[in-house]
Design a protein around this ligand. Structure first.
Ligand code: IMP
Length: 181
């Protein structure tokens, strides 16, 4: 039987499952970047909890930066394809190892836009970490170097992910109830 939260939401990944997977991702990133410095770039707002946890699972010397983007939605759960930067990086990334940290890779429009933008700054390396991946939704050809969980076409909330700005503070990743969509 599926686990449900006190609010009656169906849990897809529990906080313990998330913590274990994030720990494994941190280990892999630390191995891949052993001896290097890293700039972790969080995509606001959804990636904030993931970046906070992932950064504490990596053992390399890491700094943080954040960007925010706006994607122009036709409906609340679909994107029109236009992505605009609404908060730029604070520090230059030229010559640095960059890890873009995103909550969920869906159509790929956001990360394709950011990858192109960041590559123009000539980083030493650029990697992507996405906690969730919905490969069946892809519009842009883009893959993450590190994926927490691959999921089917479900709308999820919690651990940073929202529905109309709500539910970001749920500690578990839950399914959005179909009647609320
Ligand atoms: P993409 O540009 O279509 O890859 O979308 C990326 C962004 O869409 C994510 O950073 C989320 O903000 C949002 N998104 C996509 N799927 C979901 C979901 O299931 N729940 C909450 N937000 C989502």
């Amino acid at each position: 039987m599926a686990t449900t939260t006190a609010q009656g939401l169906e849990v897809l990944f529990t906080r313990d499952q998330i913590a274990e997977r994030v720990r494994q991702m941190g280990e892999q990133i630390s191995n891949d970047l052993a001896g290097e410095k890293l700039v972790m770039i969080g995509v606001l707002k959804g990636a904030a909890p993931f970046l906070a946890d992932l950064s504490r699972s990596v053992t390399v010397d890491a700094t943080f930066d954040f960007v925010a983007v706006k994607s122009y939605a036709k409906g609340s759960q679909t994107s029109s394809g236009a992505v605009k930067l609404i908060k730029d990086l604070d520090e230059p990334i030229e010559g640095k190892n960059v890890l873009v940290v995103e909550d969920i890779l869906d159509t790929g429009l956001t990360l394709a836009f950011l990858r192109k933008l960041f590559l123009q700054h000539r980083p030493k390396s650029l990697r992507i970490a996405a906690l969730l991946d919905k490969p069946s939704r892809r519009v842009e050809q883009i893959d993450a170097d590190y994926v927490g969980f691959s999921i089917p076409n479900l709308f999820v909330i919690g651990y940073g992910m929202d529905f109309s700005e709500r539910y970001r503070n749920l500690p578990d990743i839950c399914l959005m109830p179909p009647d609320a969509v």
